[in-house]
Design a protein. Structure first.
Length: 145
């Protein structure tokens, strides 16, 4: 799948930073702009996802969370429409089943492209603040341990 070049987003009035690490993009706004999922992925080629769906089902049956995460990310990246339900599934696997807070945080940051209303952006900010608070209180590092 081909994502728009950094220049093309800037030409459309989105001067923020686009991070393309992993399967899902992260957009960091400079002000309050949001290119939304449709602009970033609107031209995504609908690839056959039947194989990914079969692999996802097998991963779930085997309890292989890493493959499950990979499959969901790939299915999301093939979606030209905002895949809200898939992001919910991905967040659940990363946060609840795997305890992968860093992966969950990246997923939340990718969800910014889905946040098209002030309420959705507020909820996402609350979710990110919760992660930040957990990270501050969960880890205690000491040189004497």
């Amino acid at each position: 799948m081909k994502l728009p070049r950094e220049d093309s987003l800037k030409d459309k009035g989105f001067p923020g930073l686009k991070i393309l690490r992993g399967a899902l993009p992260i957009y960091v706004p400079i002000k309050n702009e949001n290119p939304t999922w449709r602009i970033v992925y609107g031209r995504a080629k609908k690839q056959p996802v039947a194989l990914l769906e079969s692999t996802l089902q097998a991963a779930r049956e085997l309890g292989d969370y890493a493959i499950e995460v990979w499959c969901i990310e790939q299915i999301i990246s093939c979606s030209p429409e905002p895949p809200v339900e898939r992001f919910t599934q991905l967040s659940h696997v990363q946060k609840t089943l795997m305890g992968d807070i860093f992966g969950y945080q990246r997923t939340c940051m990718s969800k910014f492209l889905l946040a098209e209303t002030d309420q959705a952006r507020g909820e996402l900010l609350d979710e990110l603040e919760t992660i930040r608070a957990q990270r501050r209180t969960s880890f205690s590092y000491s040189l004497t341990d």
